[in-house]
Design a protein around this ligand. Structure first.
Ligand code: PLP
Length: 394
C-alpha cells in the first residue's frame, strides 16, 4: 500500500474482496476464518442477509436526516434498546464507540463538573477525548486471586480511590484484549461506593455488549445497575452505529443546564434501523444462548488441546470472548503468522502477548475443534523449534 495511511502492524494480506459469515475471501481464491468478527463488530456474521436488506431498503427510503425533523420509527427503536436493560431513560445514537464514550463523559461532566474520572488499569475506553484522560486507575490484578469473602473500601485496591461525585467508567471483561474476569464482589462494592458518593457509574459495553459474553451485556454478570451504558461495535454488526443509554436522573440534570448537542449523524435513521435489525436477529435466533454455549465449548476445547503446552500460561474467557495468555518465550505474532498459513486469522495483543478468539456467534460449531487443534499444532511446533534452537546454542 503506497497511499493509504494505516499506522498499525499489518499481516501483509491486502486483497480481501468479500466477507461472508465467519470467512474472508481474497482475490486469489483463498478463504480465511475470521476469529475476530472484523474488529469484534460482525458478531452475527459478516455480510448478513437480513441486515443487508435493511441497509438496502433504508438507502432507498431515508438514510440521513436533519436533526430538527426525525424519522417516524426512531422512538420505537430507542425503546427497544432501553427494554434490553433495566434503565428508565433515553437513548442517543451516534457512530463510533469512542464518540459515544466521549458523549457519556460530556454528560457526566455536566452533572458533576469536578467529578474525578476513574477506570480500571488496562481498560481501553476511547481513541480520543476526555475518557483518555483518566484521573485515577484501579488495578484489579490482585482481586483476580483474592480469597476474601467480601470487598471492603479499605482494601488497598480501592482505598481512597472513589470520592464524592466520582465518574466511574469501566469495560467489564475485554481489558484491551487481556480478557480479565473481575470478581462480582469487587464490581458490586464499586457500585455501592459510587452510589454512596453520589457518583455516576458508566459501563463501556462496546466490546462486551450485544451478547458477546453470553448475556445481553457484560454488566449483567454482576447484577448491578449502571447510570449509563455505552454500546458500539456489535450494535451495527460492522456498520458504524453506537449508542448511549442514559438514565432519567442524568437526563433531568442535563436538561436543566439547557445543554445542546448537534452532530451530522446523531440519531441517523440508517444506523438506528441497523441496530434494531441486529437486536431482532439476536432475539429471533437466540444468539445470546448460542454465544454462551459455543463460548463454553470453545473454551473447554482450547483448554483440552493446550493444557500441556509450556508457553500457554492461562486460558480465560466468558461467552465468545476468549484470551490465551502466552509466555514471553514466544511472540503472539509468530503464532499469528503460522495460523495465517492455515487460513486462520486470530486476534493478538502485542502488549500483553495474548491471543484473542472473538468469532461471530454464528460460527459453524463444526469448525471449533479444528481451530483449537490448529492453534495447538502451531504453538507446539513454534515451541519445539525454540527448544531445539536453545539446546543447540547452549
Ligand atoms: C472496550 C472498548 N471501548 C471503546 C472502544 C472504542 O470504540 P471505537 O473503536 O468504535 O471508537 C473500543 C475499541 O476497540 C473498546 O474495545
Amino acid at each position: 500500500m503506497h497511499y493509504l495511511f494505516n499506522p498499525l502492524p499489518h499481516s501483509g494480506i491486502n486483497n480481501i474482496i468479500k466477507a461472508k459469515d465467519e470467512f474472508y475471501y481474497t482475490s486469489d481464491g483463498k478463504k480465511y476464518i475470521d476469529l475476530e468478527s472484523g474488529i469484534w463488530c460482525a458478531s452475527i456474521g459478516h455480510n448478513h442477509n437480513n441486515i443487508n436488506k435493511i441497509i438496502h431498503d433504508q438507502l432507498n427510503s431515508l438514510s440521513h436526516i436533519s436533526k430538527r425533523v426525525l424519522p417516524s420509527n426512531i422512538d420505537r427503536i430507542a425503546r427497544k434498546l432501553l427494554n434490553l436493560t433495566e434503565i428508565q431513560g433515553k437513548v442517543m445514537f451516534l457512530n463510533t464507540g469512542s464518540e459515544a464514550i466521549e458523549f457519556s463523559m460530556i454528560l457526566s461532566k455536566l452533572v458533576h463538573k469536578n467529578g474525578k474520572i476513574i477506570s480500571f488499569e488496562d481498560n481501553y475506553v476511547s481513541a480520543y477525548g476526555q475518557a483518555t484522560q483518566i484521573d485515577e486507575k484501579i488495578n484489579i490484578r490482585p482481586c483476580l486471586k483474592c480469597e476474601q469473602k467480601e470487598c471492603t473500601k479499605d482494601c488497598k485496591v480501592l482505598k481512597n480511590k472513589i470520592d464524592k461525585n466520582a465518574i466511574f467508567i469501566f469495560d467489564p471483561f475485554c481489558f484491551s484484549r487481556l480478557v480479565l474476569i473481575p470478581p462480582q464482589k469487587l464490581i458490586k462494592r464499586i457500585e455501592e461506593e459510587i452510589k454512596l458518593n453520589n457518583g455516576i457509574l458508566i459501563v463501556d459495553e462496546i466490546t462486551t455488549g450485544m451478547g458477546r459474553t453470553g448475556k445481553w451485556f457484560g454488566y449483567d454478570h454482576f447484577e448491578i445497575k449502571p447510570d449509563m451504558i455505552v454500546l458500539g461495535k456489535s450494535l451495527g454488526n460492522g456498520y458504524p452505529v453506537s449508542a448511549v443509554i442514559i438514565n432519567e436522573f442524568i437526563i433531568k440534570k442535563v436538561e436543566r443546564t439547557k445543554f445542546g448537542y448537534y452532530q451530522s449523524h446523531q440519531n441517523d435513521p440508517m444506523g438506528c434501523k441497523i441496530a434494531e435489525g441486529v437486536i431482532e436477529e439476536i432475539q429471533e435466533n437466540k444468539l445470546i444462548d448460542v454465544s454462551r454455549e459455543l463460548g463454553a465449548s470453545f473454551l473447554s476445547k482450547l483448554k483440552e488441546e493446550l493444557f500441556n503446552i509450556d508457553c500457554v500460561e492461562d486460558i480465560r474467557g466468558i461467552g465468545l470472548l476468549i484470551g490465551i495468555q502466552i509466555s514471553r518465550d514466544i511472540t503472539v505474532e509468530e503464532i499469528y503468522n503460522k495460523l495465517l498459513e492455515k487460513r486462520i486469522i486470530i486476534g493478538i495483543s502485542f502488549k500483553y502477548n495474548v491471543l484473542n478468539v472473538f468469532p461471530p456467534y454464528t460460527i459453524n460449531p463444526v469448525l471449533i475443534p479444528k481451530i483449537a487443534e490448529s492453534i495447538k499444532t502451531v504453538i507446539f511446533e513454534i515451541e519445539q523449534d525454540k527448544k531445539r534452537i536453545n539446546k543447540l546454542s547452549n
